[in-house]
Design a protein around this ligand. Structure first.
Ligand SMILES: C[S@@+](CC[C@H](N)C(=O)[O-])C[C@H]1O[C@@H](n2cnc3c(N)ncnc32)[C@H](O)[C@@H]1O
Length: 473
């Protein structure tokens, strides 16, 4: 049984009528909703569901989303290691549905770790356009980068910057931005009881102030005519409706727009914004607002006084403000001839394709980057494009990310394992496997035909190249 703080209950009483408040409190006696989202980048469709150890029920507001039952553990299945689905709380799936990303667009996920929204966006982009996934905290940034790798996302840039620094690199650059803001987490009390310990009225005030600092940076990075989705997993009005009200006063060039699938959610007090209440749907608590920035042609309204003074204060810190967009691929040196030869030789021996550039050689690491990228100089980048592999003396060693991004037909040699076999678990633990009568060399290890990593075959043994940091214990 979950006990929530008295002060929190008093605050909810101010938002909900009495009978609803009682139903809301009863929702704490129920289990949190569990969900997973299938990966369209790997062509995964619902036919896979009977092979996953879950009892799936569709999430009404997300085509790829499915509930599963408490006690089921799809995260501990080899299909999860193959990136066939992402474990995500069902209400959280509504945020990217509200964003409606389109292939070919430039999209920013400003507060992106561990990557629930970012993987969902990458699925919609279908490798066309660019996803910049930013996370300020280095440890969480690592998880974000690994989750996007497992997802097989190619056209990505993962950065580790505070929003006010990132905004200097990307002025009016993005078609769509999601600000899934750091918040007091009241909507996650059922799922993460530690959020209850962490909660206080001061935390609500602190998060509201933080959100007020983050939003103006997102504004700077959004193209005129672009869409921004703001979301939280909390109930406090200060972090939700009041936050957006203040925002609209500061930025009159923005208007609220309807959220897709709003019929499944509760209308919030601001027109078009929605709340997801745990006593009204099968999911945890969320707030979503979709905003559009007016096109520059009709943005005759100037900034409000508050905004003008805030911007002039910040401008002092911004040496790169107003920088022109420079394309990274135009400035990339071509690969040294021997490096390309080693890479090409690996592709000829092991793949039926040569993943195309532009190529970026960072130290001994080779990447295929997006044509879209601006210059990344002095930006903290943790992953860019598709990590192809490492240049060793006279040879090329493929990256785990390359295995996870390949589609059937793109590799020459593979060892397929059954998801129920001992061998697949032995592979995931880092053990060598016996593979008699196989050609030697780099070999993709698949589970039911989906790549989970590399192995190298010699003398009837598959040497394990599943990354040490990801191995199962
Ligand atoms: C709600 S979580 C994001 C969840 C993520 N979008 C997902 O779907 O997996 C908010 C994120 O904001 C980050 N954050 C904390 N302080 C921040 C700040 N000052 N600026 C930007 N992001 C911040 C947190 O580290 C956290 O990862």
């Amino acid at each position: 049984m979950i006990n929530v703080p008295e002060e929190f209950q008093s605050r909810i009483k101010q938002i909900l009528p009495e009978d609803e408040f009682n139903r809301f409190m009863q929702s704490y006696q129920e289990n949190p909703a569990q969900g997973l989202r299938l990966n369209p980048l790997k062509g995964v469709n619902p036919e896979i569901l009977p092979s996953i150890p879950v009892t799936p029920t569709p999430v009404p507001w997300c085509d790829f989303g499915y509930y599963y039952e408490e006690g089921q553990r799809p995260g501990k299945h080899p299909f999860h290691a193959a990136g066939l689905y992402y474990i995500q709380e069902p209400s959280a799936m509504a945020v990217v549905e509200a964003l409606q990303p389109e292939p070919g667009e430039r999209i920013l996920d400003l507060c992106a770790a561990p990557g629930g929204k970012a993987t969902q966006i990458a699925g919609y982009l279908r490798h066309e356009g660019l996803l910049v996934a930013n996370e300020i905290h280095p440890k969480r940034n690592k998880a974000l980068s690994e989750n996007l790798e497992r997802w097989g996302a190619r056209n990505i840039l993962v950065t580790n910057e505070p929003p006010d620094k990132l905004s200097r690199w990307f002025p009016e650059y993005f078609d769509r931005i999601v600000v899934d803001a750091p918040c007091s987490g009241e909507g996650m009390f059922r799922k993460l009881p530690e959020a209850i310990e962490d909660w206080s009225e001061e935390k609500v005030a602190h998060c509201a102030a933080l959100q007020q600092e983050i939003l103006p940076e997102a504004v700077k990075m959004l193209k005129p005519g672009g869409v921004m989705v703001y979301s939280t997993c909390t109930f406090s009005a200060e972090e939700n409706e009041k936050q957006i009200e203040t925002f609209l006063e500061m930025y009159p060039e923005f208007t609220l727009e309807p959220v897709l699938c709003a019929e499944f959610f509760q209308a919030a007090t601001l027109p078009h914004t929605v709340r997801l209440w745990p006593h009204k749907l099968r999911g945890e608590g969320h707030f979503i607002a979709r905003l559009r920035k007016r096109n520059s042609l009709d943005s005759a309204i100037g900034p409000s006084v508050n905004r003008a003074s805030r911007e002039s204060a910040k401008a002092k810190k911004g040496p790169d403000r107003g920088r022109k967009e420079q394309n990274l691929s135009a400035s990339l040196p071509s690969l040294p001839a021997d490096v390309y030869r080693w890479y090409e030789r690996f592709c000829q021996e092991s793949l039926n394709t040569v993943p195309q550039g532009p190529y970026l050689l960072f130290g001994d690491q080779l990447y295929a980057v997006s044509e879209e990228l601006p210059s990344l100089e002095r930006l903290k980048v943790t992953r860019t494009g598709l990590h192809l592999g490492t240049i060793k003396k006279g040879r090329f060693e493929p990256a785990h990310a390359l295995a996870l991004a390949l589609s059937p037909g793109e590799w020459k040699k593979s060892v397929d394992l059954s998801p129920d076999s001992d061998e697949v678990y032995r592979y995931l633990r880092g053990e060598s496997l016996s593979v008699p009568n196989r050609d030697g060399g780099w070999t993709i290890v698949t589970v039911s035909g989906y790549p989970i990593g590399w192995g190298k075959v010699a003398e009837g043994q598959l040497k394990n190249h599943y990354p040490k940091g990801l191995r199962w214990t």
